[in-house]
Design a protein around this ligand. Structure first.
Ligand code: 13P
Length: 251
C-alpha cells in the first residue's frame, strides 16, 4: 500500500519567539512546492500560535510536543488538546522517550494522553523505542510490543486509522548514531505486523510509521527507501532550515 510520506520536525526545548518565526518562515518557503508529502512541525508550546500564524498560508501541519488528557483544570505545567487546537495545532507527539525517561511517563499515562488527543480531534503521534540496554539484552521487540499494546489500549480501529506511530530507538536520539536501515526496517515491519494482529491488515497497512533518531541529510534517502518507513521525526537536524529543507526534499 502507498502511504503518503510524513516528515516531521521536533524542535524540543529550542527556539525563542523570534528564532521560531524565522525558522518557520524559512521552512515554509522551502516546502511550498512539495505536494506529494506531509510536513509537520512541533515547536515549543510558547510559539505554537506564532508558528501557526507564520505558516497559515502553507500546508505545513503543526503539532504540540505532548498533550494532557483533560480539557482544562488544575494540571500545572500541562497543555490541553483544546489549547493546542486553538493555537493552530492538529496533532500531538505523545510518549517521546525524553518524556518517558526524564519525566517518568509510563505506558499508562501515554495511553491516557492518546485518548485525550483522540477525544478532542488531535492526531496522536505515538512514540516508542527501546534503550541500548534493552536492545543489547535482546529485549527490544518485547519492549516495543509493550509500548504499542499498552499505549494503544482501548483505541478503536477507526481511531487507529487516524494515528501515526514513531519508532525512535533511544540510543539513536541525539547521539549521531542512527539505526541502520536494516535495523529500522526490521522494527517498523515488526510494529506493522503487531498492528495487523491487534487491528486488521488494512488498518496496519494504512498507518504511517516514522523513524526518528539522528535522521540527517545523508541518511534520509536510504531510510525513506525502506518498505515500512513512511517518514521521519527529526530532532537536531530540524533546527536549521538548511538541513531540514534538504531532509523534507528527500528523493
Ligand atoms: P535527533 O534527530 O536529534 O536524534 O532527535 C530525534 C528525536 O527525538 C525526534 O523526536
Amino acid at each position: 500500500m502507498k502511504r503518503r510520506p510524513l516528515l516531521a520536525g521536533n524542535w524540543k526545548m529550542h527556539t525563542t519567539v523570534i528564532e521560531a518565526c524565522h525558522l518557520a518562515a524559512e521552512i515554509g518557503a522551502c516546502s511550498a512546492h512539495l505536494d506529494d508529502r506531509d510536513i509537520l512541525l512541533a515547536p515549543p508550546y510558547t510559539v505554537l500560535s506564532e508558528v501557526a500564524h507564520v505558516l497559515k498560508d502553507s500546508n505545513i501541519l503543526i503539532a504540540s510536543q505532548n498533550v494532557c488528557w483533560e480539557q482544562e483544570g488544575a494540571f500545572t505545567g500541562e497543555i490541553s488538546p483544546t489549547m493546542v487546537k486553538s493555537a493552530g495545532g492538529v496533532a500531538a507527539i505523545i510518549g517521546h522517550s525524553e518524556r518517558r525517561r526524564i519525566f517518568h511517563e509510563d505506558n499508562e499515562m501515554v495511553n491516557k494522553r492518546v485518548h485525550g488527543a483522540l477525544r478532542f480531534g488531535l492526531i496522536p503521534i505515538l512514540c516508542i523505542g527501546e534503550t541500548l540496554e534493552e536492545r543489547e539484552g535482546g529485549q527490544a521487540f518485547t519492549v516495543l510490543e509493550g509500548q504499542v499494546r499498552e499505549g494503544l489500549a482501548g483505541v478503536s480501529p477507526d481511531a487507529m486509522g487516524k494515528m501515526v506511530v514513531a519508532y525512535e530507538p533511544v540510543w539513536a536520539i541525539g547521539t549521531g548514531k542512527t539505526a541502520s536501515k536494516e535495523q529500522a526496517q526490521e522494527a517498523h515491519a515488526f510494529v506493522r505486523k503487531l498492528l495487523a494482529e491487534m487491528y486488521e491488515k488494512d488498518i496496519a497497512d494504512s498507518v504511517r510509521i516514522l523513524y526518528g533518531g539522528s535522521v540527517n541529510v545523508d541518511n534520509v534517502n536510504e531510510l525513506m527507501a525502506q518498505a515500512d518507513i513512511d517518514g521521519a521525526l527529526v530532532g537536531g537536524a530540524a533546527l536549521k532550515a538548511e538541513s531540514f529543507c534538504r531532509i523534507i526534499n528527500f528523493t
